[in-house]
Design a protein around this ligand. Structure first.
Ligand code: ZN
Length: 254
């Protein structure tokens, strides 16, 4: 049951490197917010076009497949929009140019919350090194959010397009480890998260994501009043008297 105190932003933007990153990380949360009326935006920096290594398939064709899969996944989770920046997959760098592109998106959509990855994660586990594109996307996203998007005299030329400074209220960092400070219950949307992952058929192949996703999200929910959770470290950038009140509920901690 949804707690009446559950924090629902008016709008949220997730910024990631590849198609399927949102689904693995935070699609359950975005789907829950969208169901509650939030506008949600997916910014996918590359189109994952080196992510299908099949003989005879061009990168252009791979891009089209992956963008279509991402659009289908976003629709399942009720996203208001999906934007592809079409930066080079596998070679992403957190340049000033990319920062400006992300500032443009933030000033256009004006999200209350931005969700991004953790740029400090390199050795993600004993079995996985975090993809360099994930680190670059996370760095570029955080650098765009703060302080760039909110500074009227930075990237002033965007104002000519009507894109004035915008301060993001909170950043949700999708975390892998024990640095999480907020656990969003996805009990109501875990089925949507799984369905959205399945929409990435070129990546799932014969792998059924359901058992692992239930296992991971159940682990994040352990000891809290929820069955499945996505874990975040939340940074509150703008003054928020209410946040202390929400925090306990969202985190499920006493
Ligand atoms: Zn990825």
């Amino acid at each position: 049951m949804t707690s009446p105190k559950f924090y629902i932003p008016e709008s949220a933007m997730a910024i990631v490197a590849h198609p399927d990153d949102i689904e693995f990380g935070c699609a359950g949360t975005l789907a829950r917010w969208a169901k509650a009326g939030a506008r949600t935006s997916y910014i996918v920096i590359t189109s994952g076009d080196v992510g299908i290594a099949k003989d005879g398939l061009t990168r252009q064709q791979a891009m089209e497949i992956r963008e279509a899969e991402q659009r289908a996944a976003a629709e399942i989770a009720g996203a208001a929009e999906v934007i592809f920046l079409r930066e080079p997959d596998g070679m992403l760098q957190a340049t000033l140019e990319l920062r400006k592109k992300l500032v443009r998106e933030i000033r256009r959509f004006r999200p209350e919350v931005v969700i991004a990855g953790d740029p400090t994660v390199v050795l993600a586990s004993d079995r996985y090194i975090n993809h360099p594109d994930h680190r670059a996307a996370a760095t570029a996203a955080l650098d765009a959010v703060f302080p760039a998007a909110g500074q009227p005299h930075l990237f002033e030329e965007l104002a000519a397009e009507g894109l004035t400074a915008h301060k993001v209220r909170k950043v949700y960092i999708d975390v892998w480890d024990n640095t999480a400070t907020a656990f969003v219950s996805i009990d109501e949307t875990i089925d949507l998260k799984i369905a959205a992952l399945r929409a990435h058929t070129s990546q799932m192949k014969d792998w059924d994501p359901e058992p692992r996703v239930r296992e991971w999200t159940a682990k994040a929910a352990e000891g809290k009043e929820m069955q499945y959770a996505e874990a975040f470290r939340v940074i509150t950038l703008e003054g928020d008297e209410d946040w202390e009140k929400w925090k306990g509920v969202v985190a499920g901690r006493p």
